[in-house]
Design a protein around this ligand. Structure first.
Ligand SMILES: Cc1ncc(COP(=O)(O)O)c(C=O)c1O
Length: 518
């Protein structure tokens, strides 16, 4: 998530502790306008510019080294089990992507081959999702990620609904969309930014996905569409697209389904190919998928596909005359790099269906193995196994009401903090509303999370548990505070402007659900 950053006041820009500011040492002050050594230069003895753009230049090697050194305090992406986003690509893919850094993807005429490569990816992904070849034909585009893809799909659903309402002489003032209370935050952004009411289908302490009946019961004349998630961000479980589709058909309701397949779109077709969740369901009009999750590309690339061009109102598409050629464009932004699209094409043709199937099968096996190990350690597993959901493990500590629950002084957040001290990023969340404020931990099994690393994680979870079991509440709290302040935060980056802290308008603000990391 990109943070909205506060620009500090003058009084805030010197952030060294007072005692350090007072130390005055008399060391060599020779002018070093020329030095071949990074750490012998004056730059190594000075603060890196943080608030004001410097007046003078610095040598490129020094700028590189200083920034690289600073970044070394970031977490290790390999140990980041919070994120679905790709942290490993082959060198050949990296090379191709690096070679394309300077290409602006939108410049179709200058880079027609890159544009063609996007079209090939759209075609391959659309076919993977069983896009029908009748009618006006399916259409799709690349995006920065699933969030942009979802914004575009929501805009298309809203405009289609509005056009129909106006044609019928009816009010188009109060559009609504039906979705799970466990949606990723981009859905809340979409509804807020485009002024659409949310109709939430709530989870329960036992059910973390939408119930098809409840979902369809919420439809009214102002419903622009239903969001069904193929792999929720919290527990990875697949929502029942076919169930919702069939109910809409049974009841003769003409409302479209958009499938948010951000993660599942590159998993389900390979692990459970028989499952009908895509354009095989006739009410599914659009699907998004993140290329940078199980599509196996570095961030940011996503895709959105419509089953037929008629679901994309013409007035949303702009024909841009770029350097003499007309190009249709439906995106939220204009310029973007071509590298990610090229990286996606590399993965699609390098791995083929067989390669994706092999990787997704291994991930499913590893997730099942981790699930069993955590059950043996006494955790309660909240995710599905054996391909019934994404390859991730969502788990929690036994609650007092659970059989065999033991008294303990720590919760899921304390365990997450302790694991962080070992380098692992295993996030703790508060689940969606109406689940009894269930807390949970989640491990996303990504391509580079091998069985060997999984074993190391299991050992560390056990070790951290044993340590926490020996501590009283106060010590746990102090340790948690310390780790939160110094390991999970640079303690300098004040990401959040005070004006925007503690928002009350989102599902997180209202119900305490954590907007989870993707
Ligand atoms: C179900 C779901 N939808 C949408 C998103 C947003 O995806 P992106 O990060 O590609 O914008 C995520 C991210 O995890 C997700 O899990």
């Amino acid at each position: 998530m990109v943070h909205l950053t506060k620009i500090p006041h003058d009084s805030e820009v010197n952030d060294l502790p007072e005692a350090v500011k007072k130390l005055g040492l008399q060391l060599n002050n020779d002018d070093d306008s020329f030095t071949t050594s990074v750490y012998g230069s004056k730059f190594a003895a000075e603060d890196l510019p943080k608030h004001e753009m410097p007046e003078n230049e610095m040598p490129k090697e020094i700028a590189y080294r200083m920034i690289k050194d600073e970044l070394s305090l970031d977490g290790n992406p390999m140990l980041n089990l919070a994120s679905f986003v790709t942290t490993y690509m082959e060198e050949e893919a990296e090379k191709l992507m690096t070679e394309s850094f300077s290409k602006n993807f939108i410049d179709y005429e200058e880079y027609p081959q890159s544009a063609d490569i996007q079209n090939r990816c759209v075609s391959m992904i659309g076919r993977l999702f069983h896009a029908p070849s009748d009618g006006e034909g399916a259409v799709g585009t690349s995006c920065v990620g699933s969030s942009e893809a979802i914004m575009l799909a929501v805009l298309a659903m809203k405009r289609r609904w509005k056009n129909k309402r106006i044609a019928d002489g009816k009010s188009a003032e109060h559009p609504n969309i039906i979705m799970s209370s466990a949606v990723q935050v981009c859905w809340e952004k979409a509804t807020r930014y485009f002024e659409i009411d949310e109709k939430l289908v709530y989870c329960t302490p036992e059910r973390f996905v939408i119930d098809p009946e409840q979902t369809v019961d919420l439809v009214d004349e102002n419903t622009i569409g239903i969001c069904v998630i193929l792999g929720t961000t919290y527990t990875g479980e697949y929502e029942d697209v076919k169930g919702v589709n069939d109910l809409l058909i049974q009841r003769g309701i003409d409302v479209p389904i958009h499938v948010d397949a951000a993660s599942g779109g590159f998993v389900a077709p390979f692990v459970v190919p028989e499952m009908e969740w895509d354009f095989r369901c006739e009410k599914v009009v659009s699907i998004n998928v993140s290329g940078h999750k199980y599509g196996l590309v570095y961030p940011g690339v996503g895709w959105v596909i419509w089953r037929d061009a008629k679901f994309l109102p013409q007035e949303l598409v702009f024909n841009i005359n770029y350097l003499g050629a007309d190009q249709s464009s439906f995106t939220l932004n204009f310029s973007k790099g071509a590298s990610q699209v090229i990286g996606q094409y590399y993965q699609l043709i390098r791995l083929g269906k067989k390669g994706y199937r092999a990787i997704m099968s291994n991930l499913t096996r590893t997730a099942d193995y981790l699930s069993d190990a955590l059950t043996a350690l006494g955790f309660v597993i909240m995710s599905k196994k054996s391909g019934e959901g994404l390859p991730l493990v969502a788990f929690r500590l036994a609650a007092p009401a659970d059989p065999d629950a033991e008294e303990r002084n720590y919760d899921e957040f304390a365990l997450a903090h302790r694991l962080r001290a070992r380098g692992w990023v295993v996030p703790a969340y508060t689940m969606a509303p109406h689940t009894g404020e269930l807390k949970m931990l989640r491990v996303v099994v990504r391509e580079d999370f091998s069985k060997n690393r999984c074993d190391a994680l299991i050992t560390d979870i056990r070790y951290c548990q044993q340590l926490l079991e020996q501590l009283d509440k106060d010590s746990i709290h102090k340790q948690e505070e310390f780790i939160r302040k110094h390991s999970m935060n640079s303690d300098q980056a004040k990401h959040n402007h005070p004006r925007f802290r503690k928002e009350k308008h989102s599902i997180q603000g209202k119900h305490g659900k954590t907007h989870s990391i993707c």
